[in-house]
Design a binder for this molecule. Structure first.
Ligand SMILES: *[C@@H]1O[C@H](CO)[C@@H](O)[C@H](O)[C@H]1NC(C)=O
Ligand SMILES: *[C@@H]1O[C@H](CO)[C@@H](O)[C@H](O)[C@H]1NC(C)=O
Ligand SMILES: *[C@@H]1O[C@H](CO)[C@@H](O)[C@H](O)[C@H]1NC(C)=O
Ligand SMILES: *[C@@H]1O[C@H](CO)[C@@H](O)[C@H](O)[C@H]1NC(C)=O
Ligand SMILES: *[C@@H]1O[C@H](CO)[C@@H](O)[C@H](O)[C@H]1NC(C)=O
Ligand SMILES: *[C@@H]1O[C@H](CO)[C@@H](O)[C@H](O)[C@H]1NC(C)=O
Length: 530
């Protein structure tokens, strides 16, 4: 390789760096059909005949590909340019140094949730093409390439009624009348099957109960403060097994189950939807003596994920339970945490609490924008909240990140207690369209470019003299390096991604998120200097 030629070329190129690479013609993609929203970043509209797509470009040796989404309206805008020899331009140009030899956690994947409501909204779309476009937008290789789905076992607040899979007869300890419901057969199973059919890799399914049948609980109610009666500890473990069996009968296998959604809700009477509280003793005993053996005997490959609640409950629900029953750490495979209150909960808590349990992986199992109490069309704030959490969590060794409802109606429901939230895809059934929110693209900047099996690598910011950018980097199974950067400032920034003696110099626009991918090895014949 002719180094000198490359340096000349690189410096010439640096002098005209505003002409960033070439935006190129990527005819495979259908661009966003934008709709402006006053005082917001805007949305992309999909109808029966048109929906935007995104394909991942192959990164040729010696080049990098950058994909940008911005508050100004870019959505996965592609730019390619040459890898150059590293040059430190001035102390003020930020460099992010990448070290692919320092590897951390292995990624399980990214995804969203098939709730009763998501399934109902999706099944209600009249046009078959539009229905398929929604699924493809998330799971296919012209979409976000999701590879995980969380689904409630029975009902959650995102259902049109409160129910479980064995409400009657009361005290049916043998679960003789356990059965899947109308919602399973008509909403969730069809949507899950469509997602699996569209996905280019195996979809990891995660199942979660919100509440057991009311007759198993001290309160006799699906909602409010209430605990599992000890006489039903075994029945509730079997309830999970029966669910796995019934879904298996419908050809859906599970990768993991969690040990109850947000148990704190059933202790402190916060929300008014389906929940189950656990005492410290009860949780430890149920996991070790009932759920663990039942599930592992049924299928030892199914993972059991503890907590499934906000990060701030980690010290109580983990440390305290472990103190009572140390075997919990052996029965669990991982710890599932939710996104809510992440902005006020230090992520370092995970390092402190889990430092003695290197075999337990961390995964985020639920996220949604709740502050808006429903849909906020076109919100860039939402994208930033997701991206900040994703980058932070991944830098704290989380192995996956699962969003909440895959789609909702224009209100942010249906939800039987009117606990409306935002969703990446909002379906306007009357208009025969759906809208892709900025948070849809936030998820995609990670899910599409960080395949299962990727390892996070060390990335360190250097020489910055303005606000630090948020960043996270990975080495993929294809031996490419993927870096995701978030610029929360209004100012454009030039960032150098340095690896060894090479760099990828990228323009990071103000208020944007960018994913950069390049070959780990710059090959000898890569000097495209003319
Ligand atoms: C569907 O969207 C495309 C792109 O925005 C538009 O050209 C077309 O007119 C729309 N079709 C209908 C029936 O609205
Ligand atoms: C724009 O939206 C923000 C919320 O994101 C709000 O605080 C602000 O008041 C709005 N500005 C105008 C001019 O409507
Ligand atoms: C069994 O459950 C169904 C609902 O799935 C209910 O309609 C029926 O009454 C239950 N049977 C008994 C004996 O309670
Ligand atoms: C499950 O898959 C098998 C083999 O692909 C098929 O024959 C069967 O009909 C499927 N069952 C259901 C309930 O989808
Ligand atoms: C991530 O895991 C590694 C071990 O693989 C550990 O050294 C490091 O401290 C963890 N990072 C954080 C932020 O917890
Ligand atoms: C520059 O980056 C470092 C991380 O390498 C960070 O600690 C520091 O706060 C940043 N400086 C400014 C001014 O943001």
């Amino acid at each position: 390789m002719d180094i000198n030629k490359c340096i000349i070329s690189a410096s010439l190129w640096a002098a005209v760096y505003l002409l960033f690479g070439s935006a190129g013609a990527y005819n495979n993609d259908k661009p966003c059909a934008p709709q402006e929203i006053y005082n917001r970043s805007g949305i992309c509209v999909c109808n029966a005949t048109y929906c935007d797509t995104i394909t991942k470009e192959t990164v040729n040796p010696g080049r990098f590909m950058a994909y940008t989404s911005s508050e100004n309206g870019l959505r996965f805008q592609k730019v390619t340019s040459l890898i150059e020899v590293f040059r430190k331009l001035s102390d003020c140009s930020t460099t992010i140094e990448l070290d692919p030899t320092t590897k951390y956690q292995t990624i399980h994947g990214f995804g969203g949730a098939v709730t009763d409501s998501a399934g109902f909204i999706w099944n209600n779309i009249q046009d078959e093409g539009l229905k398929q476009a929604l699924i493809d937008s998330y799971f296919s290789d012209t979409g976000l390439e999701y590879n995980m789905i969380r689904t409630p076992i029975g009902g959650s607040d995102f259902s049109s009624r409160a129910y479980t899979l064995n409400d009657y007869p009361l005290d049916d300890k043998e679960l003789g009348n356990f059965s899947l419901t109308y919602e399973d057969y008509n909403y969730k199973l069809p949507m899950i099957k469509a997602c699996i059919a569209a996905a280019s890799s195996q979809v990891f399914m995660v199942g979660t109960t919100w509440s057991p049948p009311a007759w198993m609980k001290t309160s006799g109610s699906l909602t409010g403060v209430g605990f599992l009666k000890e006489e039903y500890f075994e029945a509730y473990a079997n309830y999970h097994k029966k669910f796995l069996e019934e879904y298996k009968r419908n050809n859906i296998s599970f990768w993991a189950i969690t040990t109850t959604n947000e148990p704190l809700n059933g202790v402190v009477d916060l929300p008014d939807f389906n929940c189950l509280g656990w005492t410290i003793e009860g949780m430890g005993s149920w996991i070790v003596d009932y759920l663990g053996p039942t599930i592992k005997n049924y299928d030892s490959t199914i993972k059991i994920l503890g907590i499934d609640d906000q990060r701030n409950t980690l010290p109580i629900w983990f440390t305290a339970v472990i103190l009572k029953r140390p075997e919990v750490a052996q029965v669990l495979d991982g710890i599932a945490l939710h996104f809510y209150f992440n902005d006020i909960t230090p992520p370092s808590m995970t390092t402190t609490v889990l430092k003695d349990y290197p075999d337990l992986f961390l995964i985020s199992t639920e996220a949604s924008i709740t502050e808006t109490k429903g849909v906020d069309l076109g919100s860039w704030d939402g994208l930033e909240k997701y991206a900040v959490s994703l980058i932070q969590d991944l830098n704290y060794n989380y192995t996956g990140w699962i969003d909440w409802n895959l789609c909702l109606d224009t209100e942010g429901g249906p939800n039987w207690v009117k606990n409306y939230v935002d969703s990446p895809i909002v379906v306007d059934a009357e208009a025969g369209v759906f809208y892709k929110q900025p948070i849809f693209y936030a998820m995609g900047h990670f899910s599409k470019f960080i395949p299962r099996g990727s390892r996070r690598i060390k990335s360190t910011e250097k020489y910055n003299c303005s606000n630090a950018l948020k960043h996270v980097a990975f080495l993929t199974p294809e031996n490419t390096i993927v870096v995701v950067l978030l610029n929360e400032d209004n100012k454009d920034r030039v960032i150098r991604l340095k690896f060894g003696d090479n760099q990828a110099k990228v323009l990071v626009e103000g208020k944007s998120i960018i994913t950069v991918e390049f070959n780990n090895e710059v090959q000898d014949d890569s000097c495209d200097c003319d």
